[in-house]
Write a protein that binds this ligand. Structure first.
Ligand SMILES: NC(=O)c1ccc[n+]([C@@H]2O[C@H](COP(=O)([O-])OP(=O)(O)OC[C@H]3O[C@@H](n4cnc5c(N)ncnc54)[C@H](OP(=O)(O)O)[C@@H]3O)[C@@H](O)[C@H]2O)c1
Length: 328
């Protein structure tokens, strides 16, 4: 079938603030071999989208046009060689771009069935954070049950997912956040120790509580030295962003003496094959936690696609806790 589809997408032709976002209509080619077209029910808004809007995060080569890294929706069309999906099936997917849309294009390997326990719209808030947390905390960080896990930005999309996944795995969870309400949100999700980084000395607090074996950090800057200071012997520090800067001066003597590991990764630029392997790991290890209600997307707010600038204003305001969604 060579049916062509039209869809709205969102671009930022001139990088800038939320008003730089533009909704345009394009014609989509039919799905290529190995691809699935998804009739979008909701799309997740992520911090990387904001960075892309500002012109600092160019999409990888071959990515679909437009912003948006995750969707939930119904299977609309299957490319050649795609097996295991039915037209109309409820799915959620990690996409390399073009998720803010009526129709999104995803490699079949990055598409997963919506867990029965999760609302169809809310499922759009799962892929980006679950994939990121799994690969960084569980693969790179090798978090084990009983270990102590520290996540900064505990009320962020990533943080709310990381707290729940680490708890489901049996870790002791420590989180930092910037307001009393956000700290309370972390506690409600199961964090055992929570520090308001604007008021508390979180370095001292984490040390007194027993340190951390694995740290997931998006802050960088002066947090790199502080993280290494609270990281236990054989501890792993995993960087997924550097909101306070990636150029730092740090004394690495402790890293050697405590035999610590410093690592990090990005998700978007990975190959289809790497993402497919990750999707299988997520399906095997995280989907059962989701089905059991131990991990669920925490939804902050939902905006219509035509109001995408308002959704980005909300994210820019840093007032949100959990995920912001767009609905076409
Ligand atoms: N490497 C990867 O593959 C990958 C994938 C996805 C996301 N990410 C990154 O992960 C981060 C979170 O993404 P998201 O979509 O979950 O974004 P988000 O919900 O907007 O979260 C950003 C968080 O950063 C915290 N933060 C900002 N400045 C801070 C500072 N100076 N000190 C301490 N905390 C600070 C905020 O905490 P408060 O509001 O409490 O201040 C907020 O919770 C982003 O930086 C994103 O780029 C990386």
């Amino acid at each position: 079938m060579n049916e062509a589809f039209t869809t709205r997408i969102v671009t930022a032709p001139q990088p800038g603030g939320p008003q730089a976002l533009s909704v345009e209509e394009i014609t989509l080619d039919p799905p290529a071999r190995g691809e699935i077209l998804i009739r979008v029910v909701a799309a997740g808004v992520n911090r990387p989208d904001v960075i892309e809007r500002m012109g600092f995060y160019p999409p990888p080569p071959g990515a679909p046009k437009g912003l948006g890294l995750e969707v939930s929706g119904a299977v609309l069309a299957l490319g050649e060689g795609v097996n295991g999906f039915d037209i109309g099936q409820q799915v959620c997917a990690l996409v390399a771009g073009g998720g803010y849309a009526d129709i999104a294009r995803a490699p079949a390997g990055s598409v997963l069935p919506v867990p029965e326990s999760v609302d169809f719209v809310a499922a759009a808030g799962l892929p980006e954070t679950v994939f990121t947390v799994w690969t960084n905390v569980f693969e790179a960080g090798a978090l084990k049950p009983g270990e102590r896990f520290l996540v900064h930005g505990g009320s962020s999309g990533i943080g709310t997912t990381a707290i729940q996944m680490a708890k489901a795995h049996g870790a002791v969870v420590i989180a930092t956040a910037g307001t009393p309400d956000k700290c309370e949100a972390c506690r409600r999700l199961g964090a055992d120790h929570v520090f308001n980084y604007r008021e508390d000395d979180w370095v001292e607090g984490v040390k007194v509580s027993g340190g951390a074996d694995v740290i997931l950090d998006m802050v960088g800057g002066d947090y790199v030295a502080k993280n290494l200071a609270v990281l236990n012997r054989f501890g792993r520090l995993v960087q997924i962003a550097f909101l306070k800067g990636s150029r730092v001066e740090v004394d690495l003597m402790g890293l050697m003496l405590k035999r610590q590991t410093l690592t990090g990764s990005t998700l978007r630029a990975r190959s289809h094959e790497e993402k497919a392997a990750l999707a299988q790991a997520v399906r095997a290890h995280v989907w059962p936690w989701v089905e059991a209600g131990k991990v669920r997307p925490l939804i902050d707010s939902t905006f219509a696609l035509a109001e995408v600038a308002k959704a980005h204003e909300r994210m820019d305001s840093m007032a949100h806790a959990g995920k912001i969604l767009l609905v076409p």
